[in-house]
Design a protein around this ligand. Structure first.
Ligand SMILES: NC(=O)c1ccc[n+]([C@@H]2O[C@H](COP(=O)([O-])OP(=O)(O)OC[C@H]3O[C@@H](n4cnc5c(N)ncnc54)[C@H](OP(=O)(O)O)[C@@H]3O)[C@@H](O)[C@H]2O)c1
Length: 363
């Protein structure tokens, strides 16, 4: 990561030219587009189908309402080599937030292999941009977490793949083909390293990764209510229903607002402190943003007293019936320190999530 003293930062500003966003129709991607527009950027929003109104109307509405910046839609597919060439031409930065996240009918091996195919295609088109300075990759906290004793606090120095023998070898490569979570985590970690290596070899741009944990906050269209997502779990809780997740949903929610997640991507592109291989965990800033499921249920109950029954885990006499999984613990301190990221209060995030669910007719 060390640079010679004459190195000029690769940090960008709106004056440096267009910025492209993959996965622009998605939950995180849409907020990245909105944030960039608000900051006056020329945004190239890459979507799979420019005519799919359920997925692009909210982007077109942003374009109409924008006080600053400009937005153009580009059609591209992560599985098609060269698909992003036109969209990325002369872009100063590419923010790669798109992914076939792997909760459809993909096998764990397809999740793993698919991530390399997708990242490979995007990286190749980005390197053909002619003006690329920053490549910001939406990786995941999954690329950080690995078996550690209860209470261990993860930082950006941790990598999924450390301590593979923890959990009796369950995290070894042998399990990529059979365990979706391990396939996803290892693919994110290894594609991150692949991007850093490509950036270092080229010497022309820096690559930075954003590592979100539980992303919650307002949805910009009904399609953001994907069945596997954390925002969808919140909707189920607000409907008084349990939700289906591993460990019966009994876990530590370590939350970050989707608007903060989006802003962190732009700040990473603009930061003069960030450099190739910089990675930023996005989670709670402190313990007030971490809650066990039953604590989150109680918080939602306080915020929405009109909802008679808040769902989540099974409770008896105010206590969870079964023990809760204590983890993952981590704090977004580096993002605060180096990117200057300020976070929404958790209460504001939950209120805004509920409000968007109501407005979109999801509740
Ligand atoms: N949400 C979280 O809590 C969380 C946490 C950690 C990391 N992440 C990472 O953040 C990224 C974005 O997640 P998200 O929550 O925003 O998911 P999302 O709402 O499902 O967005 C995924 C985006 O990728 C696009 N996409 C999927 N397959 C594609 C293909 N073959 N070609 C082109 N585009 C394709 C989708 O387009 P369509 O609209 O056409 O489907 C959508 O725009 C992912 O890499 C995910 O792993 C998310």
């Amino acid at each position: 990561m060390s640079r010679s003293s004459d190195y000029r930062t690769s940090a960008i500003s709106a004056a440096d030219g267009p910025v492209a966003v993959t996965g622009a129709s998605g939950y995180i991607g849409s907020w990245i587009v909105r944030d960039l527009l608000e900051q006056g950027y020329q945004v190239r929003a890459c979507v799979r189908d420019v005519n799919n109104s359920g997925k692009v109307d909210h982007l077109l509405a942003m374009h109409k309402q924008a006080q600053a910046g400009s937005l153009e839609l580009y059609e591209a597919d992560l599985y098609v080599k060269g698909s992003y060439d036109a969209a990325f031409k002369q872009c100063s930065a590419v923010i790669h937030a798109g992914a076939a996240v792997g909760y459809n009918s993909e096998s764990p091996q397809q999740v793993y292999d698919g991530c390399f195919t997708e990242v490979g295609h995007v990286l190749e088109s980005a390197m053909n941009s002619g003006a690329l300075k920053r490549f910001v990759f939406t990786s995941s906290f999954a690329a950080v977490g690995h078996p550690r004793p209860k209470g261990y606090v993860f930082t950006e120095k941790d990598w999924c793949g450390d301590n593979e023998d923890g959990h009796r070898g369950g995290w070894s490569d042998d399990n990529i083909a059979v365990n979706r979570d391990i396939a996803y985590a290892k693919a994110k970690a290894r594609t991150e390293k692949m991007i850093y290596a490509a950036a270092a070899a080229s010497g022309r741009f820096d690559a930075i990764a954003i590592l979100p944990l539980h992303v919650v906050g307002p949805l910009l269209c009904a399609n953001h209510d994907q069945g596997w997502s954390w925002q969808n779990c919140i909707k189920f809780m607000l409907r008084g229903k349990p939700y289906i997740k591993s460990k019966g949903g009994r876990m530590l929610w370590n939350m970050v607002d989707v608007r903060d997640t989006a802003r962190a991507h732009r700040l990473a592109a603009e930061s003069t402190l960030a450099a190739n291989e910089s990675r930023y965990i996005l989670s709670a800033m402190d313990r007030s943003g971490e809650m066990f499921t039953h604590q989150l249920q109680a918080k939602l109950g306080q915020l929405f007293p009109e909802i008679a029954n808040i769902g989540g885990e099974e409770m008896l006499s105010g206590q969870p019936v079964q023990p809760t999984h204590d983890g993952p613990r981590s704090y977004a301190l580096l993002a605060k320190q180096e990117l200057g990221l300020q976070s929404y209060r958790l209460e504001d995030t939950l209120l805004a999530t509920h409000e968007s669910d109501v407005q979109l007719g999801l509740l």
